[in-house]
Ligand binder design. Structure first.
Ligand SMILES: NC(=O)c1ccc[n+]([C@@H]2O[C@H](COP(=O)([O-])OP(=O)(O)OC[C@H]3O[C@@H](n4cnc5c(N)ncnc54)[C@H](O)[C@@H]3O)[C@@H](O)[C@H]2O)c1
Length: 309
């Protein structure tokens, strides 16, 4: 069975590439290295360095004839998407369409599309938020993720393309970029290990920071493996149902790193969600998925990784 994995040189995609190989899949990665790194790509994966929107993508489908496409490539910055919606659309809308058109032409059986729970539900008043909750994305990033979900339903109706949509909560773990605007676990860990202070953004009515559901990358990988083997056309959240405030997370990382540096508190930025926490009942029922890593275990593995690089 051959999987074409877009974004496989990135944080989550590279863990997934390793797991696919371990599970016996042939793995072909398409990544333009906009954020991904060559050293993340496992030796046994075949890498094509290419933009997913490029016409040359068709040649890769023609040569490789994948059975499954797992689509992780994306412009992932909400801020960039707000500043430059066209740039976001180039990868997250037009790039996706280029991938989907080729899946039809080259008779791919199934697509796994990665969406975002936080970007999808906004500041939900039902927590943990189920998939049925109204979708109301607040950024071009979220709008294009929702557009992608609609396109999958269209391709399913029109051509019978099978799909699974995985709406992630906040994913963390080894290889996450500590210099990005999101990914607080990587940012805080890197700061603590380098004796630097971190900034915690908070609203006045919730001075301990934002409430978030952090899911460990290995649990996310497991969800992808289950989705790859599953035949149903479904949309499910991938989160833990356990939310913590940013300051609680920071304190846990202080304990694990053994480094207690007082953080700075700053006013929440425009668009910062107060709460994001996803229900995982549907993923449990339809995929048999449940996270197995506690936050403490996942953070400990992450700190170990950042300590080793
Ligand atoms: N990290 C999270 O908490 C989180 C939460 C929800 C959803 N997601 C989604 O998960 C997926 C992976 O995110 P990640 O955190 O691993 O980010 P990442 O930036 O590490 O990975 C994205 C990969 O896509 C590649 N890429 C970007 N634009 C491309 C293009 N036009 N053509 C080819 N490759 C391109 C990048 O080089 C990178 O390797 C994304 O779709 C993201 O939207 C992530």
């Amino acid at each position: 069975m051959k999987v074409l994995l877009t974004g496989g040189a990135g944080f989550i995609g590279s863990h997934l590439a390793e797991a696919y190989i371990k599970a016996g899949y042939d793995v072909v990665i398409v990544d333009n290295l906009a954020a991904g790194k060559l050293e993340n790509v496992p030796d046994r994966a075949k890498l094509y360095i290419l933009d997913i929107g490029a016409p040359e993508l068709e040649k890769i489908f023609e040569i490789e004839k994948p059975d499954i496409v797992n689509h992780h490539a994306a412009q992932i910055s909400v801020t960039v998407s707000a500043r430059d919606p066209v740039k976001d659309a180039q990868t997250n809308a037009l790039g996706l369409l280029n991938v989907l058109n080729n899946t039809i032409k080259y008779k791919v059986k199934k697509v796994i599309f990665i969406s975002s729970g936080g970007a999808m539900y906004g500041d939900a008043d039902v927590v943990p938020t189920p998939e049925e909750y109204e979708t109301r994305p607040l950024s071009p990033y979220g709008i294009h993720k929702l557009l992608g979900e609609h396109y999958l339903r269209f391709f399913n109706n029109q051509y019978g393309l099978h799909y699974t949509v995985l709406r992630y909560s906040n994913v963390y773990g080894p290889r996450q970029d500590p210099f990005g605007e999101a990914g607080v676990v990587a940012i805080f860990t890197n700061n603590l290990l380098n004796n630097r202070t971190s900034k915690i953004y908070a609203y006045p009515e919730e001075p301990e920071g934002m409430i978030r559901d952090y899911v460990y990358v290995k649990d996310v990988v497991k969800a992808n493996l289950l989705a790859t083997e599953n035949e149903k056309d479904i949309t499910v959240n991938i989160g833990t149902e356990n939310a913590v405030k940013t300051n609680q997370l920071y304190r846990m990382l202080c304990t694990i790193t053994g480094n207690n540096i007082e953080p700075e508190f700053a006013e929440a930025r425009p668009g910062d969600l107060k709460v994001s926490c996803l229900s995982n009942k549907k993923a449990n029922k339809l995929l048999g998925w449940k996270p197995v890593y506690t936050l403490k275990e996942g953070l400990s593995e992450t700190v170990k990784y950042f300590n080793s690089i």
